[in-house]
Write a protein that binds this ligand. Structure first.
Ligand SMILES: [Zn+2]
Ligand SMILES: [Zn+2]
Length: 369
């Protein structure tokens, strides 16, 4: 399938057909991201090639670049919140044409035959989804390279449509942060008047507040930072609870229908379980390094409460989320950076110093990268 792979360097006039790409990669767990040249696969019959315009910076990028989950293959080109413009499509591609805006999220393929894939839940593929980076690519056997680069080639079934009415840079984080929050809100059928809690106000949490508010929920934001309270309300929270304040926390007992907990650090789940109404659910989307401390089962037994978890969303639901965001004018709050600023951005992310997502302006790859 890759017999037409081109190995010669691109000439300016042949850029539509050349797979040469440039990006930023980490070469080891301890080296900063730096310029990296590589090749994308040639555009196959079902493929869409995009020029990348913007790519969001997710915490997973940092964890994987530094091999903090012990599963990284180097070199690694991170990035799975990709917005671009289609430059070439294969002969069988009907959904996209050159010039279209398009997007790619956390996965670029899956087995397509297991019950989960058949149900449109490719994120739970039993064989394992092909991640947008650091995953073996079916077509070539090479590891996938992500969106910290100038172009990407993806099977049309894993490419999403986006509205030209939204700021494309601020759309990028919807592809991971947005869908990670939207999927549980939809799975638990949040609708007008439901009481939803969002724990943590970072990249995920700020999208959760906006999306839950747009679905008509009464939103309670839980944050450890009193200085984020005003921002929480601006984003759509009806009330903000400072989670270090025991009195404020105690007032939430038996109130909430659904809590989506984005905190990626070990913390007391019992405190949040006690806030659920009968049949309420606490859904975890943050992955901490250490397990959460145990809670007493009576906290779920007596009110028939549920503890659950959720990861991103399927392609169909991701498209639904993007359409919903276009309809409601929802995007991420972002800070646009050139690719040359990525290492500093990682340092700032570790300090929580971003409101609320860094997005790479991919045009900067041409600026001396
Ligand atoms: Zn992500
Ligand atoms: Zn599957």
């Amino acid at each position: 399938m890759t017999s037409t792979r081109q190995t010669t360097a691109p000439t300016p006039k042949s850029r539509a057909s050349t797979p040469a790409a440039r990006g930023y990669a980490a070469q080891s767990a301890t080296t900063p991201l730096a310029p990296f040249s590589f090749e994308r696969r040639a555009t196959g019959p079902r493929d869409v090639r995009m020029e990348i315009l913007f790519c969001g910076v997710c915490h997973s990028d940092l964890h994987l670049a530094r091999n903090e989950w012990g599963m990284t293959t180097y070199p690694i080109v991170p990035g799975h919140e990709i917005v671009g413009r289609v430059t070439e499509v294969g002969a069988e591609v009907k959904k996209f044409s050159p010039g279209d805006l398009a997007a790619v999220g956390c996965m670029v393929d899956s087995c397509r035959t297991c019950p989960d894939c058949k149900a449109g839940l490719e994120q739970y593929c039993q064989v394992g989804m092909t991640l947008t980076y650091n995953s073996p690519e079916k077509q070539t056997g090479q590891m996938t390279y992500g969106g910290y680069s100038d172009k990407i080639v993806v099977d049309q079934d894993f490419v999403l449509r986006i509205s030209d009415k939204l700021d494309p840079a601020a759309v990028a984080p919807l592809l991971c942060a947005g869908i990670t929050m939207y999927s549980p809100l939809r799975h638990w059928e949040v609708s007008a008047g439901d009481r939803v809690g969002i724990v943590g106000l970072g990249g995920l949490g700020h999208m959760g507040v906006k999306l839950a508010h747009a679905l008509g929920a009464e939103v309670t934001l839980f944050t450890t930072s009193p200085d984020k309270a005003a921002d929480g309300k601006r984003l759509g929270a009806d009330q903000v609870v400072i989670s270090k304040d025991q009195d404020q926390m105690a007032k939430q007992a038996n109130r909430l229908d659904l809590i989506v907990d984005t905190v990626a650090a070990s913390h007391d789940l019992g405190a949040y379980l006690s806030m659920l109404k009968r049949d309420g659910t606490l859904c975890l989307v943050g992955v901490p390094e250490q397990p959460h401390p145990p809670f007493h089962p009576v906290q779920i037994i007596m009110r028939r409460r549920s503890l659950s978890g959720s990861v991103i969303g399927g392609i169909k639901e991701t498209q639904e989320m993007l359409d919903f965001c276009a309809q409601h004018g929802i995007v991420s709050d972002i800070e646009l950076i050139p690719i040359q600023g990525i290492n500093e951005a990682y340092d700032r992310m570790l300090k929580g110093d971003v409101r609320y997502r860094f997005v790479i302006d991919s045009g900067s790859l041409g600026a001396g990268a």
